[in-house]
Design a protein around this ligand. Structure first.
Ligand SMILES: Cc1ncc(C[n+]2csc(CCOP(=O)(O)OP(=O)(O)O)c2C)c(N)n1
Ligand SMILES: [Mg+2]
Length: 658
């Protein structure tokens, strides 16, 4: 906004502005378009001011009140909020993130890694040290005896898809279009970092007026090439036991309807990754649930014997492939539809480098009336019915044991399908699966579930029943404790008409509860269900399965005698804590109280935290699956040596697909 409009440079109209003012003006003008719908790409900026950005970006934001600025409590959370917003917007919108130099900047690195791993666009604008250098070392500057051309912001390089440092104000003119190209690319998007030296942010330049024209970036729907499509069609026609692995790319491409039609017409079953879950309704006839280490019995059984795996928008993480043990058919082949060539070629697949929706439509048309065999269709239907009954059972345990051998949804266990009965019920602590059942009921058609790390992502992957696309928002690329609350705030900002529920553990809550204050500040209403199980159920369970007995995973005081963390349980009043941050807080002692609390929270217009203690012994089992966590090869501990022997045996099932 500022500056002398109308000056000229080599016949070009220019505007004299500081680098920061020009940057904000540019961001305001960026739009994206897909399927004829146009959106402003940036909803605003989130961040925290310090001496490294207050006079530059801070001043420019103040001058642009029409560009939303959200003050957060931690820069990392600010990036999570932007990533959550981008994910819930199917990558069509995001926030820019500003920080001061030094610790404010490095706080954003975790957020950058999360965004890049999950292929989510976020624009990071860390402040940087003086480009002028004469006053160095400035406060918070990392010095090097070997070069002056380095600083903490170089740490963003491996976690960014595009990285630049703006030493001169005019470098914005060439850097910003590159940043936008990457942010709006379906194949290359992730974190983009532009490091902004604090002096340069405030320097004026005669920017060409052209830089500030409204620009609409087309989000391409890439077409598959004819040859690849033909190969894909031949592979599907040949296959007797095809299986679709539905990844996050299906949601990002808004290809739910195309996949629904394709699966219904061909009868090919659809298994879901964490990022792809919920692209189809849970009760769609072809949906067989979660796949992999945290998969359903139905999906994992089908995966074991599949002869063609059709990966759509998936990057095949180890949880999806069950550490390369999920697919045991000796003749299994892969065919991958992906906007990114990198992912399309994985596992020696026939690559179809294309947008998911377009590829599914063309593939469906080319396949005509092709259908899976009647025998395969019956098998799919039977497995699905069995699995749905298993989920119902876990939602309504009524005091029965869940069937797991250890707490925390341990992926190493194989389920007993008919668990024994246990006394109990009434006012007892609920099992985690019952908490999930209550939340599924409360979430209704359009509720959104947000989570990221702990024992619950595995349980939620297996059990959550999504009814509307984007109703299941799991950050499981980085599985980052601390994403949940700001990520959910981003999801709520993306669609305020949907009720957003957060499932998080006591461990995560204690790591990062502070954005509740931001939620109150911004009138963002989310419902947080805080499961208190006295520490890290997930890692405790993993530790026990490794023969390590849960060492260092419980929230207990250091015992004076043993000198270890096995003393009295630490009492934390989560209700008082959440209340102190401005949330409405409720303690639920049992399942009935939890159900009532969920209804109370829905009726509130304020962020609500529901604290519920769960029974850690009633864990959800694993279903014919495995996750490779390497066990100590030599140890003084007998328990570890035993597990190592089993581990070596289990690892033999890991396969190469080339
Ligand atoms: C930032 C971060 N640090 C560490 C981990 C490793 N980790 C995964 S789950 C977990 C424990 C989470 O505890 P809690 O939130 O209470 O969930 P629970 O395991 O009890 O279900 C830890 C430490 C992580 N995922 N993220
Ligand atoms: Mg816990």
């Amino acid at each position: 906004m500022a500056g002398g409009c109308g000056s000229r440079r080599a016949g070009m109209k220019t505007r004299r502005m500081t680098m920061a003012q020009a940057l904000i003006e540019f961001l305001k003008q960026q739009h994206v378009e897909r399927d004829g719908r146009e959106h402003a790409f940036f909803a605003g900026m989130v961040g925290i001011f310090g001496h490294g950005n207050v006079a530059g970006i801070g001043q420019a934001l103040q001058e642009n009140p029409d560009f939303l600025y959200i003050l957060v409590r931690n820069e990392q959370a600010g990036v999570h909020m932007a990533a959550g917003f981008a994910k819930a917007s199917n990558r069509l919108r995001t926030f820019a993130c500003t920080s001061s130099i030094g610790p404010g900047a490095t706080n954003m690195i975790t957020g950058a890694a999360l965004a890049t791993i999950n292929r989510l666009p976020v624009l990071l604008l860390p402040g940087d040290i003086f480009a002028r250098r004469n006053v160095a070392p400035v406060l918070q500057q990392l010095e090097s005896p070997a070069t002056q051309d380095t600083g903490v912001n170089d740490c963003f390089k491996p976690v960014s898809r595009y990285w630049d440092r703006i030493y001169r104000p005019e470098q914005l003119i060439t850097s910003l279009p590159e940043a936008m190209r990457v942010l709006t690319s379906p194949a290359d998007c992730g974190a983009v970092t532009l490091a902004l030296p604090q002096d340069v942010q405030t320097e004026a330049y005669d920017y060409p007026e052209e830089l500030f024209r409204k620009r609409v970036w087309l989000i391409r729907r890439g077409e598959p090439d004819r040859e690849s499509l033909e190969r894909a069609v031949r592979a599907i026609k040949r296959a007797e036991r095809p299986l679709i692995v539905c990844g996050g790319g299906v949601l990002m491409s808004e290809a739910s309807q195309a996949l629904d039609d394709f699966a219904a017409r061909t009868g090919i079953p659809v298994a879901e990754t964490q990022a792809g879950k919920g692209a189809l309704k849970w009760d769609h006839a072809q949906v067989v649930g979660a796949i992999g280490a945290t998969g359903s019995l139905a999906a994992n059984r089908l995966a074991h014997e599949a002869d063609l795996v059709i990966g759509i928008g998936t990057r095949y993480s180890d949880f999806t492939t069950a550490s390369m043990t999920a697919f045991q058919n000796p003749n299994v082949k892969f065919m991958n539809i992906n906007a990114a060539e990198f992912d399309a070629y994985k596992l020696g697949a026939i690559p179809v480098v294309a947008d998911a929706r377009v590829a599914l439509e063309q593939l469906g048309a080319a396949l005509g009336a092709h259908k899976v065999s009647a025998a395969y269709a019956t098998e799919i239907a039977e497995l699905k019915t069995k699995w749905d009954a298993e989920v119902d059972r876990l939602f309504h345990l009524n005091g029965r044991v869940a069937g797991g051998s250890s707490a925390g949804g341990d992926a190493r266990t194989t389920a007993g399908e008919t668990p024994a009965l246990q006394s109990g019920g009434g006012s007892r602590k609920p099992a985690q699966s019952e908490v999930i059942g209550a939340m599924v009921e409360s979430a209704g058609e359009r509720g959104v579930l947000v989570s990221a790390a702990g024992s619950h992502p595995g349980d939620l992957h297996k059990l959550w029943r999504t009814r509307t696309p984007n109703g299941y928002h799991m950050e499981y690329g980085y599985s980052c404790m601390g994403y949940e609350i700001p990520g959910a705030m981003g999801a709520k900002l993306a669609d305020p008409t949907r009720e957003v529920f957060v499932f998080l553990g006591d461990g995560t809550y204690l790591m990062a509860p502070s954005e509740i204050v931001t939620a109150v500040q911004e009138h963002i209403k989310i419902v947080i269900v805080l499961v208190d199980n006295g520490g890290f159920a997930s890692i405790g369970s993993l530790s026990r399965s490794l023969g390590q007995g849960g060492f260092g995973t419980l929230y207990r005081a250091r015992d004076k005698k043993s000198g270890q963390l096995d003393g009295e349980p630490l009492e934390v009043d989560f209700v008082a804590n959440a209340r102190s941050l401005g949330a409405h807080a409720i303690k639920a002692a049992n399942l009935d109280e939890l159900k009532k609390a969920l209804e109370e929270a829905k009726a509130m217009d304020r962020t609500t935290v529901i604290v519920v203690e769960t029974d850690v012994t009633a864990s959800v089992p694993g279903y014919d699956s495995w996750w490779d966590v390497a066990v100590a090869e030599v140890s003084e501990m007998e328990s570890v040596r035993e597990v190592r022997a089993k581990y070596e045996e289990a690892r033999r099932r890991e396969r190469y697909f080339v």
